[in-house]
Write a protein that binds this ligand. Structure first.
Ligand code: ZN
Length: 353
């Protein structure tokens, strides 16, 4: 089957992109929370491959190379700068192998390279900005060499860092997906509004513009509606699966008000004690349906996502994916099922269980 590029697919269909590998790798025991460096690309390549395979099974059309935070600055923070290029290449090669490993009659997945917030961007410091650009440029170069179909620039909370990322991606001639992540101030850190940032990204030639991470469905959707009215290009939406609120719009300052008796030793629920604040799968499905109805065609779920969430997104789009085989079947439950073999005295017991 012919492999279509990102834009060919978006012309006729939605594209699902699984993300959130930091949290998923951490839950599986292959990554340190807080530090968040994807060293598993080198140390446990099999584990990384399995994560990609599981999200592919759940319906992702894209395998995004897990190079989030795998940039020069973060590698310096952990004292392993010499591993920068090997880590990037390994992550890209693992992702590529999974992207190509599909059933015979299926279209291959797209391979995405990834750059992201560097956390050293300084609106007043040109030298720092140039350093950020060179960090982007080297990672984009490795993505091109390893065969990426497009590049994702994501999780930017400085508008001008997002513009710089776009500019660097465009030099590679690959399609650019740029998603921003305003913090709880509800404005970009350098003063741009969310809408103006997206309009500017469209003007500057991004192929897909939208939002990812930090915000759950409740606090991302209002912005998506506004952005959809303001831009004409393809849009992306990848929320976190947590119940953020108007008062606490991102997961960084989300309180657990559910009677927690063992708070995290570091004093906040982010990132290791967010579990009670999780969205259920129906909330994710409902978000995907709403986004789809708005004409937002590039969909996924970010930090916190498990493969079941991607299956919900796929099914919200009316798709049947390999993981749909194991969709819930309450009809056969021993107490709540409707199967004729379930004894009445057991189903009657259900409300007392
Ligand atoms: Zn995320």
């Amino acid at each position: 089957m012919k492999k279509r590029n990102l834009l060919e697919r978006l012309e006729v269909d939605s594209v699902i992109c699984a993300e959130g590998f930091l949290f998923e790798a951490e839950r599986r025991g292959y990554l340190a929370s807080g530090e968040f460096v994807p060293e598993l690309a080198l140390e446990n390549p099999e584990a990384l491959k399995n994560i990609h395979k599981d999200f592919q099974h759940a319906g992702s059309d894209v395998v995004e190379a897990f190079t989030y935070n795998g940039h020069r600055e973060k590698m310096r923070v952990i004292g392993k700068e010499e591993l920068l290029e090997p880590l990037n290449r390994s992550a890209l090669q693992i992702a590529k192998a999974v992207a190509e490993d599909v059933q015979k009659d299926q279209e291959k997945n797209l391979l995405a390279g990834n750059i992201s917030n560097t956390n050293i961007w300084d609106p007043k410091d040109k030298d720092k900005q140039n350093e950020v650009r060179s960090m982007f440029s080297e990672m984009i170069g490795w993505s091109v060499e390893e065969g990426a179909d497009f590049v994702i620039g994501e999780t930017f909370y400085f508008a001008e860092e997002a513009f710089a990322a776009l500019e660097e991606i465009k030099k590679s001639n690959l399609p650019a997906v740029i998603t921003i992540s305003p913090m709880g101030e509800n404005i970009m850190r350098d003063g741009f509004s969310v809408i103006d940032t997206c309009k500017e990204l469209e003007q500057r030639g991004a192929d897909v513009v939208g939002m990812n991470c930090f915000r759950g469905p409740n606090t991302m959707m209002p912005y998506l509606k506004e952005i959809r009215k303001a831009i004409q290009c393809h849009m992306a939406a990848l929320p976190i699966p947590y119940r953020t609120t108007t008062e606490q719009p991102t997961f960084f300052n989300l309180d657990d008000t559910k009677g927690c008796t063992c708070p995290a030793p570091h004093g906040r629920t982010f990132p290791t004690a967010l579990d009670p604040l999780y969205c259920n799968r129906y909330e994710i499905k409902s978000f995907a349906e709403e986004a789809n109805a708005l004409g937002i065609k590039y969909l996924g779920v970010c930090c916190g996502a498990a493969p079941i969430h991607i299956r919900e997104v796929a099914e919200a789009l009316g798709r049947k994916v390999p993981a749909s085989r194991y969709r819930e079947k309450m009809s056969n439950h021993f107490m709540y099922g409707t199967n004729e073999r379930i004894p009445k005295h057991i189903s009657d017991y259900g409300d007392l269980a």
